[in-house]
Design a protein around this ligand. Sequence first.
Ligand code: SF4
Ligand code: MG
Length: 339
Amino acid sequence: EQPLLEISGLHTSFDTFDGKVRAVDGVDLAVHPGKTLCVVGESGCGKSVTARSILRLIEDSGSIDAGTVTWNGDLIDGTGEAFDVLTLDPGDKRLQKLRGGDVGMIFQEPAASLLQLRTVGAQLVETLRLHTGLDKKAARAKAIELLDTVGIPDAARRVDAYPFQLSGGMCQRVMIAIALCANPSLLIADEPTTALDVTTQARILDLIRSLQAEHRMAVMFITHDLGVVAELADEVAVMYLGRVVERASVEELFADPKHPYTKALLASVPVLGRDRGRDLPTIPGAVPSPLHRPSGCSFHPRCAEAIAGTCDVEAPPEVDFGNGRTAECVLYETEGVRA
Ligand code: SF4
Ligand code: MG
């Protein structure tokens, strides 16, 4: 089936006092209608920057240097053609339609993403009216219903609250309600439940799943929580230092991880789905700064299977095992096809 969204050869960098940081260094990903892609990896591996690059929400110090982000949504629903989001004019209507409409986004910092001087209800009603065509009264009723669904107690009263009057967890739920209100065909969620209690977390994952079942919403879910991956993912992409080092279905990834980094991540997750709420196990050594990227395979200083004289010198090939399964590691050079 045709992917809803296809990222190809994405490079995003940031200027810092110490030099240029290649945060995303050649990423290829695809998300399919009705499916969940989990992007997993330690912090600083480029997951969030990849997500933000899709709708070009990169700070001023950053730039998207290369790649394409192909949106096939309009083609799939018969309303238009496929297009590359990265080449759209900033004023292009299609970009506005994606942001908050066809693509709902939930970020890590709710306080920064909500407008502090407008009520929760006003922000929801505006998004609803812009993208769904509901009238004011219907939009307000829908807003209250959504706030209730994401677990905000006394939603009929809190709809008129300002974000600064709400706790961080409440703001997080409001952001989730805003992201979901226009029935997006893609939801991009960056660690959306990390700050929430287990009950609310479960409720929000259930809500995402039911929306997915109802109208084939695709989900790109960024997390470092392997329990959430086991529970939610269809496909998984493992990132390390700005690159996708392994891609697999969730079953294959847990049953037969290929990349030594993936193996290390999974080393202490014995039973699928049992470890919700658990962070990635610690792997010896720290993630190197993308400013001082190791030579050869960037995982080699931490890799239990590194081959001296090879892994520290040569960038590993990306090996394609078929069926969307890949690993970027020299150990599989003879097993699959070089991608
Ligand atoms: Fe380890 Fe070498 Fe594979 Fe890199 S290429 S993951 S260092 S074995
Ligand atoms: Mg992040």
